[in-house]
Design a protein around this ligand. Structure first.
Ligand code: FES
Length: 116
């Protein structure tokens, strides 16, 4: 039983199920990665070694995007889409760390801390 559990610990959960499309190349935090078309940004990020935090996503289920923990920034697009429900696009540039959203939250937290 323990050996099975140890095996599970070593498995990587890519966050969304794998796809079989043609290769798509994109940049995630300046790391170039190629994944099958139809893959999520979350899966591509995991393959690029840039794991994105997640609560409701697993590679055993189709993504449904309910927790909003996995938000990312995409160059040339407004807002902060959920990486688990957003498919990759050829040439896409994605930022997962220190996004404008995170910087905004950091500034707000600093202000709240200064008010105490
Ligand atoms: S992990 Fe929950 S919305 Fe993406």
């Amino acid at each position: 039983m323990w050996s099975e559990l140890r095996g599970l610990k070593d498995e990587i959960d890519f966050g969304t199920p794998p796809r079989d499309g043609s290769p798509v190349t994109l940049d995630i935090d300046d790391v170039t990665v190629t994944v099958p078309a139809g893959s999520s940004i979350m899966l591509a990020a995991a393959k690029a070694g840039r794991a994105i935090p997640k609560l409701c996503a697993t590679d055993m289920l189709e993504p449904f995007g309910s927790c909003r923990v996995c938000l990312v920034e995409i160059e040339g697009r407004g807002g902060f889409p959920a990486s688990c429900t957003t498919p990759v696009v050829e040439g896409m540039k994605v930022k997962t760390s220190k996004t404008a959203l995170v910087q905004r939250v950091d500034r707000r937290a600093e202000k709240l801390g200064a008010q105490r």
